[in-house]
Write a protein that binds this ligand. Structure first.
Ligand SMILES: Nc1ncnc2c1ncn2[C@@H]1O[C@H](COP(=O)(O)OP(=O)(O)OP(=O)(O)O)[C@@H](O)[C@H]1O
Length: 262
């Protein structure tokens, strides 16, 4: 379970990109260390904007964003990120793609040459955990979409971030691969208990993976519902065919339907 103290803390946060008004407005919430939260809402409601604020890629125009007790003032080093597109570098092998953050992020970058063998060990361990053992020397174009996304999750985790930001990471995958990767992510999170912020359009994904689901309104995005997912852990895919899960997803779907038609 999540730590009860606040790790990510938003107080009355707003962001206006330009003079067209607020993209998100008056967001106050608190995420505990080790908590898995998901954000859902209609397109354009500000889910990705929330992530940019959380990671320090954008500063709020109102309110305060703190991570680990400190006001966020620039890009955070304790973050790992993965997106809908795996964005692996085509000229690097899978292993070298996964190692990339260690070449860039402090404090690892200054130690990279010296500790390379150890870091390669970390990368191989992660790749094994997500089922990519044997593919370390393949190039991204030799991997399927699902395999590329597995590698991208390894790359997001290689520098042992405390906060993992996932922006629709499984959105481009077929349903079977997507569910397989839910389980990969679930197992990594169960083992390492980093804090996760997942943005998704898939309500089943949100309900299966998260401790807490936040539903956002249309622009300007506000939090209109906070839903705790009280299904016991560890969760197996079988849970997604049971009534409590189906009812919960239906409730979320109705909420978003109401927002869209409002
Ligand atoms: N760099 C930017 N400059 C100006 N406006 C922006 C910028 N990025 C996003 N917006 C606007 O802010 C609002 C929120 O966008 P955001 O990408 O956060 O929504 P989202 O919920 O992630 O959307 P989707 O579900 O479609 O991915 C949208 O109206 C969008 O047009």
């Amino acid at each position: 379970m999540a730590d009860s103290t606040s790790f990510v803390d938003f107080q009355q946060v707003s962001l206006a990109y330009d003079d067209s008004g607020n993209a998100i407005e008056d967001i106050s919430l608190s995420i505990g260390e080790g908590e898995f939260v998901a954000f859902v809402g209609p397109s354009g409601c500000g889910k990705s904007t929330f992530m940019k604020l959380c990671t320090g890629l954008h500063a709020p125009t109102g309110g305060s964003v703190k991570v680990d007790g400190v006001e966020v003032g620039g890009p955070l080093k304790i973050c790992g990120m993965a997106f809908q597109s795996a964005n692996l570098l085509p000229w690097r092998t899978t292993l070298d793609n996964v190692l990339l953050p260690l070449e860039i992020v402090k404090p690892y970058r200054s130690q990279f040459r010296q500790r390379r063998a150890e870091f390669v060990g970390w990368a191989r361990d992660l790749l094994r955990t997500v089922g990519l053992e044997g593919y370390e020397d393949q190039y991204p174009w030799q991997l399927s979409g699902g395999m590329q996304q597995r590698a991208s999750i390894c790359r997001a985790l290689i520098h042992r971030p405390r906060l993992l930001m996932l922006d629709e990471p499984f959105g481009a995958l077929d349903a079977f691969t997507r569910e397989e990767l839910w389980c990969v992510l679930r197992d990594l999170w169960e083992a390492q208990r980093f804090t996760v912020v997942l943005v998704t359009h898939d309500l089943r994904e949100a309900a299966f993976l998260a401790d807490t689901v936040y539903v956002m309104s249309r622009r300007p995005g506000r939090i209109i519902e906070r839903r705790e997912i009280d299904l016991p852990r560890p969760r197996d895919l079988a849970v997604t065919y049971e009534k409590p899960f189906i009812d919960m997803v239906q409730e979320l779907r109705n909420l978003i339907g109401d927002i869209r038609s409002a």
